[in-house]
Design a protein around this ligand. Structure first.
Ligand code: ATP
Ligand code: MG
Length: 261
């Protein structure tokens, strides 16, 4: 397979094809797993139904996520093989915009893949990448899946976990962390257990959280706390599910409802 993508930018499914190509390249580079390929396929199906755009309720959740990051003492962005392949620049940019740490954290952890992902992130401008020490454990998970850095995710108060698996999302929640989950499936356990579920593609979500963070930089603590307090996670999940089930016909409905609330 070639490393180049030859898709004309005016192709109606340009973004989707580019995303697929990045995942393929990630697999070839040893940063994305076979499981990651399957996850990508599931994600694409949900994104197709969402209309491949950031719906208003997701944009709102992205703003809330940015507020949580700016309020945090120690925010961390958890990066797996799909996220590294899809949005390495955006992860680095979000870390810069919010002062967050970046930590490689894999469901199917191998030292080789952790190192390859850390290297890939550095190629995209990351300075300090955590996840290689793995000297702490998330309680309640089996050994390999529980490994994190003691000065990274273990110590974090706010964690962004894009495409996290349900068990680990739950275990992190039980540690008392504020969890921001990006997942295209509002019914997945990860989305269901998140403090802030973002039902959007990571390709759109991560840059948009960074944009909101820059926009909110001048905001006071009180203003940020107000944004966070006003968030209704159940309404966010319900809005996304309505969009998925109703499809294009329900679009005005969702926008109208969000606007009215
Ligand atoms: P669980 O209920 O345990 O969460 P699951 O079926 O969701 O099970 P996962 O391994 O978490 O299993 O699946 C990956 C998730 O990531 C799927 O929900 C999929 O929709 C989502 N996903 C895949 N690609 C993307 C993407 N680019 N952006 C956002 N979400 C994605
Ligand atoms: Mg999941």
């Amino acid at each position: 397979m070639s490393d180049e993508v030859e898709v004309p930018e005016d192709h109606p499914r340009y973004q989707s094809l580019l995303t697929r190509h990045r995942i393929e390249a990630g697999v070839e580079k040893g940063i994305t797993s076979q499981q990651g390929l399957i996850a990508e396929g599931r994600g694409e199906a949900f994104d197709y139904l969402l209309g491949e755009e950031t719906i208003p309720s997701a944009d709102e959740a992205e703003r809330v996520a940015a507020a949580y990051f700016l309020l945090a003492e120690h925010p961390v962005i958890s990066v797996n093989g799909n996220v590294a392949a899809l949005v390495p620049e955006a992860v680095v940019d979000l870390a810069e915009a919010t002062g967050a740490d970046v930590e490689v954290n894999l469901f199917g952890r191998t030292e080789e893949r952790v190192r390859a992902i850390a290297e890939h992130l550095r190629e995209h401008g990351a300075e300090d990448v955590k996840g290689l020490t793995a000297d702490a454990r998330i309680p309640g998970l089996s050994h390999e899946r529980a490994k994190v850095d003691s000065d990274g995710i273990y110590d974090a108060d706010v964690v962004l976990v894009p495409l996290e698996d349900g068990d680990r999302a739950e275990a992190l929640g039980e540690m008392g962390k504020t969890e921001v989950v990006i997942d295209l499936n509002p019914l997945s356990r990860s989305a269901q257990t998140a403090t802030v579920p973002i039902i959007d593609n990571v390709v759109r979500a991560v840059p948009n959280v960074a944009a909101h963070a820059r926009d909110l930089r001048g905001a006071s603590r009180e203003e940020l706390e107000e944004i966070v307090a006003g968030f209704d996670r159940e309404a966010t999940l319900a809005a996304a599910e309505r969009r998925l089930r109703g499809g294009a016909l329900d679009r005005d409905g969702e926008a109208g409802r969000d606007g009215a609330e």
